[in-house]
Design a protein around this ligand. Sequence first.
Ligand SMILES: Cc1cc2nc3c(=O)[nH]c(=O)nc-3n(C[C@H](O)[C@H](O)[C@H](O)COP(=O)(O)OP(=O)(O)OC[C@H]3O[C@@H](n4cnc5c(N)ncnc54)[C@H](O)[C@@H]3O)c2cc1C
Length: 500
Amino acid sequence: MSDFDVCVIGGGPAGFAAVMRLWDFERRVCLVEKGRVGGAGIHNGALSSKTLWELSRDYRNATRRDRGYFAEHIEVQYAAVAEAVDQATSAKTEQMARQLRELAHPRFGHRGSITLLQGAASFVDPHTVHVEGMESGQSRHITADHFIIATGSQPRSLPGVEIDGVSILTSDHIGGLKQFPRSLVILGAGVVGCEFATIFANFGQTKVYLIDRAERILPFEDADIARVCSTNLEAKGVTIHHRAQLVSMRRVENQVEYTIEHHTGGRERIVVDKALVSIGRVPNTSGLNLAAAGVEVGDRDHVRVADTRTNVPHIHAVGDVTLDTALVSVGEHEARYAASLICGQVAGPLKYDNLSTIMFLDPEVASIGLNEQEAQRARTPYRVAVYNYALVNRAIAMRATEGFVKLLVTDDDDMRILGMRALGVHASTALEAVSFMIQHGRSARELAELLHPHPAVTEGLQDCCRMLTGSSIYKPCVFQSDLRLSTISYSDRGPEGKPS
Ligand SMILES: Cc1cc2nc3c(=O)[nH]c(=O)nc-3n(C[C@H](O)[C@H](O)[C@H](O)COP(=O)(O)OP(=O)(O)OC[C@H]3O[C@@H](n4cnc5c(N)ncnc54)[C@H](O)[C@@H]3O)c2cc1C
């Protein structure tokens, strides 16, 4: 008999969710974690960066002078901010630790148990892993009937750029900063790079540069969204090097010297205090000795899966290590699915249909389903309504009217919701409703006639739906620059917008 029914390798959000679902099914589970339980979901990742983002926004608002009152001599020290981030991550880590402690042994007639082993796991054979004790210095072999690999990912490095963790950093090192850098260059204008640019710009202590290879930041989003986000960054003093290639980056004494080549061919050399390399992540597979278990990896060293199954029937992989969408919610979703699959409790395939995300920029950007460029690429005819926050009372009351909600629906009488993008304060509050509507194939008409609370930012979404049915309270023919109503259809020559 094996030591455990299931061994989960990696205690990030995916591994933790898997363990808890396996416990529901009364399995004897072993969780092997080499670092801190919580992984990048908590430390140097989702929770820590969102705490920094919230604090930076609070600070930014506190320094505003357009609200009838203002505060003088507001001080901000990075060490104190980092301490607040630590408190947030510790609170969460303690909750996770408490649950692991309390569910360690079978009790109350429940046969499930969870054993936490602190150490790095690597396969010895398809049913055995070696756990190298990190703190105790001890090691041991454990056997299990099933395995779930949830070892996550780590920041990608760049050949020729030495990441020393002091001057040239990745997101793993942000928490270790001693003070706000006077200047910071961020290499990579993806979500994480733009989030850190927003955070440091909000605190106003750091001159931020952002190196963006593409024509605009967030190329996967519609141009109107990218435009607001980059205009806001620039308004806070961020310099965005659009269409620039990094030529070199190196530490010179206690600073960083980098050279970029602009699209025109001109080269520019800039010296800053610190650099943050944010060019994506690579899966944590190298230490796992997957070959010993016969598990196949893909061309980017990620574990190849189909519905969380690897090529070895009793070994599953979930979360970032599979290199699909790197999100806490996705990792947890896959983990719960894999646990159910192992316990024979799954009927259908794993679905990602209704994936929603929030980008923590200025303002926040909430997305679900199709955006316009995706719909047009797929040549899907659609109607689109855009409703500016300038007309939403709650946003007016908050003195935060920058933003809009954009709803895409099918171009037919059903007007099924295809997707939403919302950008502005509390933008993400609309996600749950829209997610539900998409999941159940519901029409924008239904949202249009709900009795809504007032004032709420979701009123923008509701009047957007009403616009689509020709019944909005505010009329696009009056507020032409704040309200947009269009139908997109296709000729043989490509997409064409027909304003209605
Ligand atoms: C700066 C930043 C901001 C982010 N913001 C968001 C956000 O706002 N929203 C969101 O949804 N996602 C966000 N993410 C992404 C999110 O953090 C990841 O998608 C998520 O943490 C992945 O979970 P995971 O469990 O697969 O891996 P991880 O969280 O990476 O956890 C993997 C765990 O496995 C352990 N491990 C690795 N190898 C071994 C081994 N051999 N033996 C034992 N243990 C091992 C690691 O120590 C780690 O604890 C962010 C990420 C970063 C870096």
